[in-house]
Ligand binder design. Structure first.
Ligand SMILES: NC(=O)c1ccc[n+]([C@@H]2O[C@H](COP(=O)([O-])OP(=O)(O)OC[C@H]3O[C@@H](n4cnc5c(N)ncnc54)[C@H](OP(=O)(O)O)[C@@H]3O)[C@@H](O)[C@H]2O)c1
Length: 258
């Protein structure tokens, strides 16, 4: 059986996606920074699902990291047929609340690394009888978000890049799916430094990472192009599409401004 490579698999949505794929008997390659967490996840999954699991602790916000991951995969002679670009994070606050470098690292991880992973692994994916790319965007991709402006914009990139790539690859064996979760109970809000108001709003509509992972993996194997998880988030994306932008942006500003 070939391997599924999942970025951001040490916890949260990525860890649950890893379990979903193990349940479908995929061997796994787990990537994130925390080697200790990855080792624990690898052991848990190996014991529960009897699949092969290897992991690589590496910073995905580093320039050119996709080549290093590919070299590791190649040296170990793994064949990847599922690529899940899940690692990502947000930062809540005004543009100048964070250093130029902090904002750049977020953009690098959320956009550049995701894009380069797709590009670098494409020849290997194309060789497979059937292969899948699953990119994780966000419900924030459906409108501009004052005080989370960069993060939301990175997810617009993920959404549109994935849609474009899907059609580019329509004559190949590679299917591309982009999944946009809404508020999900992970460590995301801690790292994003979400304020009280936004946290309270998020808690009302929170999904579990396992629910999100189940939807994402099912839709990926069904060949869906674009998926928003959960009814409330689907409705939110639709309202953001039909409502005047100034209104949705003012509402978002009220929620995200600390
Ligand atoms: N939770 C939400 O409400 C929500 C909503 C919409 C979209 N999303 C998206 O869902 C995806 C997963 O997030 P999550 O909610 O599961 O958050 P999480 O629990 O914080 O998990 C993030 C994962 O990404 C990894 N990661 C972060 N920075 C990294 C780096 N520089 N290099 C390598 N790995 C890195 C983390 O591992 P290490 O810390 O070990 O590196 C972890 O495995 C993200 O793309 C996020 O934007 C989340």
């Amino acid at each position: 059986m070939s391997y599924a490579l999942i970025t951001g698999a040490s916890k949260g949505i990525g860890k649950e996606i890893a379990k979903e794929l193990a349940n479908r008997k995929y061997n796994l390659l787990l990537v994130a920074r925390s080697g200790d967490l990855l080792a624990k996840v690898a052991q848990e999954i190996t014991e529960t699902y009897q699949v092969k699991v290897d992991f690589l602790a590496i910073d995905l916000a580093a320039i050119g990291v996709a080549h290093k991951i590919y070299d590791w995969v190649n040296a170990k002679q793994y064949e990847v047929s599922v690529l899940v670009n899940n690692a990502g994070y947000g930062l809540v606050g005004a543009l100048e609340d964070y250093s130029v470098e902090a904002n750049r690292d977020m953009m690098t991880l959320n956009m550049l690394t995701l894009t380069e992973m797709c590009q670098v692994f494409l020849p290997m994916l194309k060789k497979q009888t059937k292969a899948y790319i699953l990119n994780i965007a966000s419900s924030t991709a459906y409108q501009a978000l004052p005080f989370m402006a960069i993060y939301a914009a990175t997810k617009v990139f993920v959404l549109n890049f994935s849609r474009g790539l899907k059609h580019e690859l329509s004559d190949t064996s590679v299917s591309v799916t982009v999944v946009s979760p809404g508020s999900t109970a992970t460590d995301f809000n801690d790292r994003a430094q979400v304020g009280e108001k936004a946290l309270k709003a998020a808690e009302k509509v929170m999904m579990l990472p396992k629910e999100v992972a189940q939807i994402a993996v099912k839709e990926m194997f069904e060949g869906s192009t674009e998926v928003v998880t959960g009814l409330v988030n689907k409705l939110g994306a639709f309202l953001a599409w039909i409502a005047p932008k100034t209104i949705t942006e003012k509402v978002a500003k009220g929620i995200y401004q600390k």
